[in-house]
Ligand binder design. Structure first.
Ligand code: ATP
Ligand code: MG
Length: 575
């Protein structure tokens, strides 16, 4: 195979991809070059000590030159100790550099994913996002840590050893290099198989973990028991686990075979050299034979390294591609709304929707269809309508979380300016309450990291949770469990509402917060919110209207359109 062909095999197609990987490596040129320099120096030291061996065997030992023997041994000793020390230094440089790059990539993928539009998260599973951050980047870690230096070091070792061997005896050098290459290639086949199996076993384990996450979670167990599907759940897990076990043993067997071939290579090569030296070439000195066998043993390592690196680089191509794809995807998106909570001293003076429309990708009908209306500032608005009528979609656009297909949300401030992104003044309490597996305090502080315990207590009082929290032994420090599993459904919704109240946005859209809360508690929360009278505009999406007051507005939505706007206390409803 030509040199170009070999390179193409290792770095398949996609030159731009590898240029980008090289650029990534060049982010830390200091460590990269230091590591290469140390590796090359180690190669020189190793070769020096090997060449001195010939002098020991051919001159110092047979001629009993004690002084020469001592000096040669001393130099060899120092060279070997130094080489070992240098491996620690290179490992340190490489791993530091590799892990820094892994960290930087993880951060970039996280930041890029964070910027993706909501559609990305509804069409990609959580485990896919997790895989990108954990497995993909972990998978290229080795290439980032060692590829460049490893290739240079291995090529230098091979060249140096080959040159010395050729100088000692070109015939034996040719024989042993051919043998070493052939056996290493054989070994590489098994090593490749082992890596391929390791990779698919890793995928099986990820599948297994995803299944465990879904089915052995509280909701998975509840669902399994109530639908009597536990046997099916177990059988599903069993089949995945069996596949993982099957691949694990095949992988270990391939590993064992690769190891056996290496041991065989190491033991076969010196035997061949002794035989060739004694039969075919009588004029080779004993020292040269020993040096050649010594070098042969050392050859195996760089050959292995090159073969392994080449297959690792090939395997990492797809991973790098996916990583860069994630990083680039967000750059190609329309800028996704970033909420910056600031209106300065100004307050919201008007909120209006102008021809607001949205269609989910692939859907025939619009989920929200040309909604135009003005919302009363500082009041309570109730959006009602059948399930699937577009309320949540409307809420997402109001909060600037979904970019309208057509139309806009216009919010003006008292200083005459217009808000660029509704997300900077509107916060959303989502339909599914989102709580982190942390304490009540930490969950509340997510809304406003600087809020005081008094403000937290006040917000908890408004949502009727103050007594519940006081009753627990740990109070605000009580943990809420995964997704709030240690709280009731209604408590979760109220905690999420309290967190949003603390965040201090002048407009809040609250999507269905009372679905898990009894009528009496709901009424008292509304009364508290009205009492708070802090001038906020509260937009509730609900299937169950509470007692209404004068000034409230009830908006009815059907099939994405507003079909009725009923101001409470005003006699004629307007559409
Ligand atoms: N991520 C999505 N991808 C595709 N279609 C969606 C998506 N989310 C919602 N839809 C569809 O858009 C329409 C409006 O959904 P939306 O969630 O806005 O309804 P809703 O009024 O909030 O309903 P509910 O009262 O049940 O919460 C529905 O037909 C729904 O199936
Ligand atoms: Mg909804």
């Amino acid at each position: 195979m030509t040199e170009g062909g070999a390179l193409k095999k290792v770095f398949p197609e996609k030159p731009l991809l590898w240029i980008r990987v090289a650029k990534l490596l060049s982010r830390d040129p200091r460590r990269l070059f230091a590591s290469i320099a140390v590796i090359l120096f180690s190669v020189v030291l190793t070769m020096v000590s090997t060449v001195l061996l010939k002098e020991v065997v051919d001159v110092a030992l047979p001629q009993h030159k004690v002084g020469l023997l001592s000096s040669l041994c001393a130099v060899m000793l120092v060279a070997n100790v130094l080489t070992s020390l240098l491996t620690v230094i290179t490992a340190r440089l490489n791993n530091r550099m590799g892990q820094n790059l892994v960290h930087a990539l993880r951060k970039e993928v996280y930041a890029a994913t964070q910027k993706m539009p909501l559609e990305y998260f509804t069409s990609n599973s959580t485990s896919e996002v997790q895989t990108r951050i954990a497995s993909d980047i972990g998978g290229v870690g080795n290439v980032l840590t060692f590829a460049a230096q490893g290739i240079i070091g291995a090529v230098a070792s091979l060249l140096a050893a080959a040159i010395i061997m050729v100088i000692m005896s070109w015939q034996i050098a040719l024989l042993s290099l051919t043998l070493a290459a052939a056996l290493n290639m054989l070994n590489n086949r098994y090593a490749k198989r082992q890596r391929r199996l390791a990779h698919s076993q890793q995928e099986r384990v990820t599948d297994m973990m995803q299944l465990v996450g879904d089915h052995l979670s509280l909701s998975g167990i509840l669902l399994g028991r109530t639908m009597a599907r536990e046997d099916w759940q177990l059988a599903n897990f069993e089949s995945l686990s069996l596949k993982a076990a099957d691949e694990a043993w095949k992988q270990r067997m391939a590993g064992r075979t690769a190891f056996a071939i290496i041991s065989m290579t190491l033991s076969l090569m010196p035997i061949t050299v002794y035989w060739a030296a004694g039969t075919l070439l009588r004029d080779v000195s004993l020292g040269a034979v020993i040096v050649i066998t010594e070098l042969q043993a050392r050859l195996s390592m760089p050959i292995q390294q090159l073969l392994q690196l080449s297959s690792e680089i090939q395997a990492s191509g797809a991973l790098f591609e996916r990583i860069f794809e994630s990083i680039d995807a967000s750059a190609n998106q329309k800028p996704s709304p970033v909420a910056v909570r600031s209106t300065g001293d100004a307050s919201v003076s008007s909120i209006s929707l102008d021809g607001l429309s949205f269609r989910y990708p692939g859907a025939d009908d619009r989920a929200v269809d040309s909604i135009s209306m003005t919302l009363p500032v500082g009041g309570m608005v109730f959006i009602v309508g059948a399930s699937g009528s577009g309320k949540t979609t409307l809420a997402l656009m109001l909060a600037g979380l979904l970019v309208p297909e057509e139309g806009s949300v216009r919010i003006d401030l008292s200083d005459g300016s217009t808000v660029g992104n509704p997300g900077s003044v509107v916060s959303l309490v989502p339909q599914e309450s989102v709580l982190f597996n942390q304490s009540i305090r930490e969950n509340l502080a997510f809304g406003d990291p600087s809020c005081t315990p008094e403000a937290m207590a006040d917000a908890l009082r408004v949502v009727g949770l103050a007594h519940t929290v006081e009753r627990t032994t740990r109070g605000l420090d009580a943990l809420v469990g995964e997704r709030g599993a240690q709280m009731s459904g209604g408590e979760r919704q109220r905690l999420a509402l309290a967190r949003s109240l603390l965040s201090g946005y002048p407009v809040m859209v609250i999507d269905e917060f009372s679905s898990g809360i009894d009528k009496e508690t709901t009424e008292s929360i509304f009364a508290n919110l009205r009492d708070a009278g802090d001038g906020r505009t509260l937009i509730f999406i609900t299937h169950r209207l509470p007692s209404l007051h004068d000034g409230d507005l009830v908006v009815t939505v059907a099939a994405g359109k507003v079909v009725a706007v009923d101001p409470v206390g005003v006699s004629s409803p307007a559409v």
